[in-house]
Design a protein around this ligand. Sequence first.
Ligand SMILES: C[S@@+](CC[C@H](N)C(=O)[O-])C[C@H]1O[C@@H](n2cnc3c(N)ncnc32)[C@H](O)[C@@H]1O
Length: 217
Amino acid sequence: MSLLPPAARKIVPNRVRDDVRLRALSVGLGVIPPRAMHSEEEAALLVSLARAARRIVEIGVYEGGSAVEIARHMPRDGELHLIDPFGKQPGALPRDWAGTEWATKRTVARAAKGGPTIVWHAQFSQDAAVGWSTPIDLLFIDGDHLEPGVRRDWDDWHDHVVPGGHVAFHDSREHKPHGRGLPGPTAVVDALFREGTTAGWTIAHEVDRTTVVRRDA
Ligand SMILES: C[S@@+](CC[C@H](N)C(=O)[O-])C[C@H]1O[C@@H](n2cnc3c(N)ncnc32)[C@H](O)[C@@H]1O
């Protein structure tokens, strides 16, 4: 839900649309929705996985586009952990874009009203991983998009995913059939699951820019 109709949003010039402070104000107050970073097909896939997951961790939240979808559809008694240091992150966002903590928190809080518990970790995923011991049903990796960063997120987090649980890698289907993506996440998924194999894990879904792997039950 947003107050400004889509037709009015379309005529806003890019320099205004991308202004970090103006976006924070508009997104935070609910005048415009968070920027959509996924397609409808990807949203449907995320929602179907989220419905069956009690504890979800999203690495890389930005304005909360996917967090809002997840919060609206996951079990109401579930727990959604959101990890992002916010601000400009050149390895994760186009130059001059930046997520703003207070605005994203307000947006997600609106979507999660009466729903899951939201637990914020306003820090880098590598720091949030230190001492983490809670089991995870669904892990969504969409933070640092450079190859070492994606690989580090996999290495740091996948052991916490329960048998039968899932890890989704966004932007991991560059040059794949009907796919899109970026070199970093694609190289990591290629090495772990397409050209190589990782014991105990198999590819469960591939949609647009997203690859989902499942831990054997
Ligand atoms: C592509 S955006 C995430 C989009 C979001 N998942 C969505 O679908 O709307 C990437 C985000 O990752 C964050 N980021 C960059 N490095 C990170 C790290 N090491 N840990 C957690 N978040 C990180 C950036 O601040 C940015 O907000």
